[in-house]
Design a protein around this ligand. Sequence first.
Ligand SMILES: [Zn+2]
Length: 182
Amino acid sequence: MATRQKDSGSIPKFIVDHNVGKLAKWLRMLGYDTLFFNGDNDSQMVSAALSEGRIILTRDTQIIKRRVVTIGKLKALLLRSDNPGEQIKQVVETLNLGGHARPFTLCLECNKPLEERSKEEVKDRVPPYVFKTQEHYVECPSCHRIYWKGTHWQAMIKKVAVFTRISGEDSHRSMDNHRRSG
Ligand SMILES: [Zn+2]
């Protein structure tokens, strides 16, 4: 039985361990707040997940066996594959993420919400050919990277879209038949 739950109120947040770093970037690319846990102490990751209400994504069966997970206090997903493509597919399908993906909203490196910038504001900070061809820019307030929907971005989002069937373009809701009610 598929356990698809419709929890339209809250958008899930994640914490991933060091084995699945690429998955973290892909989730951020889709707009999901994803913390990358760099330590090797599982207990720290578990307590971080609990205190911040994050879902653990891991390849580590020991974490899944923890009591806090088995009694349902903490949500954790055991990733079946080592392949990042399979991992993102499993996460998107299991947690039914397609409906509220918001590509282009989080910094891939820092996980911080990106802020809109006008074309004039970025004029001296992007290559001239980009400035000529792109109209929309966002900046990470933490690392100050400027993002635009250029070819690199499109290539990345296409790659993820292959696995998840989430469209990366502005019509990102079109793949999904959910209607917002209210
Ligand atoms: Zn950043």
